[in-house]
Design a protein around this ligand. Structure first.
Ligand SMILES: Nc1ncnc2c1ncn2[C@@H]1O[C@H](COP(=O)(O)OP(=O)(O)OP(=O)(O)O)[C@@H](O)[C@H]1O
Ligand SMILES: [Mg+2]
Length: 627
């Protein structure tokens, strides 16, 4: 709306409505002028912008009095209003904080926008808009023919006929302490008619939301899908996940979940975050702080996408890279990325869309000694499982640590053994048969023609390296599960063990990435399910101590077993349509509502020990190759 329009509107009003515009103008002029003076004085003490602020504010007041829209920069969007109550309460439900939004600012404000309200001594109340409403300025019925026709003719309303009120939720009080900006609980109420301005200073916003300055880059702070803009360069606010020991433990070892519907950008996002963990200078202390070493990422990859972490994204142009450098975001292919390809009968791996080295391995049957459930499938009951353990023990005594799957098959085929166990009352005949039926379907998985993974631990777990385990080429889901859980359990067992067989695993900080995690960590009423969930829950609990971080990616967060889920501290939620999935991720209601509407790149991050819950926009490009 131009100033001219406004003037015309005002004269129109006289013809149609029953109020005296002069009265209202005076009232507004007073409010504006007061506010202007206040703000000038305060900002003067707070950040030294006093003179300019006062000038601009009084300009504002002058404009308001003649009812036209001010041009140029406007430092406030309105003022705190006490008309319907002004109260800050210990109990958030009783808090009442509203701002009158001036005409010129109405179309720009959005729910979620971060605002600041100054106190006279320079402290500031940091808040966010939770509701916006029009209320009638004057008692009038706008559901009338004359109003309707007038409105239709003008293609718009007379903004001045209405109050536009924003409801604010106080987030924190910002205060200066020895030159540092800090935040504390909201414990004081702002004065009525104090100007309310949009938060545009990186320091104020980061402090207000408790976002760490340092850490792993996840994306840029946003409201309603739009990045929050500041006056600084770069004009965006980087969101980072705490990754050192200054304030608790690095969050990577307190586990991360990336949840999103099909095609929402899970893998794109996961790659961009994981790339940060492999940044050149990222290390974690090991051996009680004696050494600092980079982590190893072991990524289980059902869609054959992560070996591309090895390669540069050809679409990262100079300008994009310059911005990444400026924001200290790591990018580019990770040279030390190796695809550890499971050799499984009947499956051949033929990937051409990455240039990472490929190394074949097989799962030796001896890994089953530590984890008998690997061959229990999902249908053995407790009794049968005990029988399986007994049989494995006996087999191990006979064949030693190198016993093969083929030997185990012959062992189970021996009628004399079955008879003996039955007669001595150790394993009932029927139980023996049930175990045999279950345990003998793994011929294609164990002891194939490749080096056992247990002989390649030094290659598999490398500080600063990425080991990707692609499983897309395995057509049989039971074999896939066995391979993935065998390797994941090996890592977890060694981390948890007091007497590890492979100290290499124990000594290296490990990020264990699992895409399609719901396929492996679902709650299940079976021996296998119980064992897996128990193990991962324990691993997650010990993660900080053992430097083991779980990084789970899923489209079905509701399927991840509760005990594991509870150990996850940082949740990144991309677009999700499924209601069960949305409620499973357990994020605050105000952000939950946005989830079904989010576009690619938009995300909600809920990491209570890192910051207040926030909405972000992730990078539009993948930092490594992602085809
Ligand atoms: N922030 C973004 N900006 C632009 N494009 C994106 C963004 N995130 C993802 N994409 C693109 O959208 C497509 C799907 O992304 P991605 O493969 O990460 O989805 P996904 O959730 O892993 O899908 P799936 O369910 O198939 O595993 C890719 O082409 C990816 O590059
Ligand atoms: Mg994916």
């Amino acid at each position: 709306m131009t100033p001219e329009d406004d003037v015309v509107d005002m004269s129109n009003l006289d013809d149609f409505t029953d109020f005296d515009p002069d009265d209202s103008d005076e009232a507004e002029a007073e409010a504006g002028a007061d506010a202007g003076t206040d703000d000038g004085a305060e900002t003067g003490t707070a950040d030294g912008e006093g003179v300019a602020t006062a000038d601009e504010e009084s300009d504002d007041a002058a404009f308001e009095s003649v009812g036209v829209t001010p041009q140029g920069t406007d430092l406030g969007i309105g003022v705190v209003s006490a008309t319907e109550g002004l109260r800050i309460s210990e109990d958030g439900d009783e808090t009442e904080l509203r701002a009158y939004v001036t005409v010129a600012n109405r179309s720009a404000v959005r729910i979620g926008t971060y605002l600041l309200v100054s106190y006279p001594d320079g402290e500031r109340l940091f808040c966010r808009i939770t509701a916006l409403e029009y209320a009638q300025e004057f008692r009038a019925d706008d559901a009338t023919e004359i109003h309707a026709r007038r409105a239709m003719r003008q293609e718009g309303i007379d903004e001045q006929d209405f109050k536009f009120v924003a409801t604010l939720e106080p987030v924190a009080v910002l205060y200066e302490d020895d030159g540092d900006l800090k935040r504390r609980m909201t414990d004081r109420v702002p004065k009525p008619e104090t100007p309310v301005r949009e938060a545009t200073d990186t320091g104020e916003i980061k402090t207000g939301l408790k976002i760490p300055d340092e850490g792993v880059f996840l994306g840029h702070l946003a409201v309603g899908g739009e990045k929050v803009r500041t006056a600084a360069e770069p004009p965006t606010i980087d969101y980072r996940l705490n990754d050192d020991y200054t304030d608790g433990d690095p969050l990577v070892f307190r586990h991360t979940l990336v949840a999103g519907g099909t095609g929402s950008g899970k893998t794109h996002t996961a790659k961009n975050v994981l790339r940060q963990y492999l940044a050149d200078d990222r290390t974690y202390p090991v051996e009680d702080g004696a050494r600092d070493v980079p982590p190893c990422l072991v990524m289980f990859d059902p869609q054959d996408e992560y070996a591309q972490l090895h390669d540069d994204n050809p679409d990262l142009d100079d300008e994009f890279r310059r911005r990444l450098d400026m924001e200290d975001v790591a990018y580019g292919g990770i040279d030390d990325t190796v695809a550890f390809v499971p050799k499984v009968a009947g499956a051949s791996y033929a990937s051409s869309d990455h240039r990472a080295e490929q190394v074949e391995f097989t799962v030796p049957f001896s890994m089953v000694y530590d984890n008998p459930w690997l061959i229990a499938g999902s249908s053995l009951n407790g009794n049968q499982y005990n029988a399986l353990k007994r049989l494995l023990n006996r087999f191990r005594r006979q064949h030693g640590d190198d016993g093969t799957y083929q030997q185990f098959t012959s062992f189970m085929d021996d009628p004399a053994l079955k008879e003996e166990l039955d007669e001595t009352g150790r394993v009932h005949e029927a139980t023996f048969d049930a175990v045999k039926r279950r345990a003998l379907g793994f011929g294609g998985v164990f002891d194939q023609d490749a080096r056992p993974i247990t002989d390649q631990i030094h290659e598999f777990v490398r500080s600063g390296g990425v080991s990707v385990v692609p499983t897309y080429h395995i057509n049989d889901s039971r074999s896939t599960t066995t391979v993935v859980l065998a390797l994941a359990s090996l890592l977890v067992d060694q981390k948890l063990s007091n007497d590890p067989r492979y100290p290499r695993i124990e000594e290296t900080p490990v990020i264990l990435g699992l895409d399609e995690a719901h396929n492996f960590l679902a709650q299940a009423d079976s021996v296998q399910g119980e064992q897996v969930i128990g193990k991962f829950t324990e691993a997650a609990k010990q993660g900080r101590k053992e430097r083991l971080g779980l990084f789970l990616v899923t489209q079905d967060p509701q399927d991840i077993a509760e005990p594991v889920f509870k150990q996850i501290n940082s949740t990144v939620v991309l677009n999700l349509g499924d209601e069960d999935a949305i409620s499973a991720v357990n994020i605050p209601t105000n952000l939950e509502q946005k989830v079904p509407y989010m576009e690619k790149g938009q995300m909600v991050v809920y990491s209570p020990d890192n910051s207040d819950p926030v909405e972000l926009v992730g990078l539009s490009k993948c930092l490594t190759n992602h085809e």
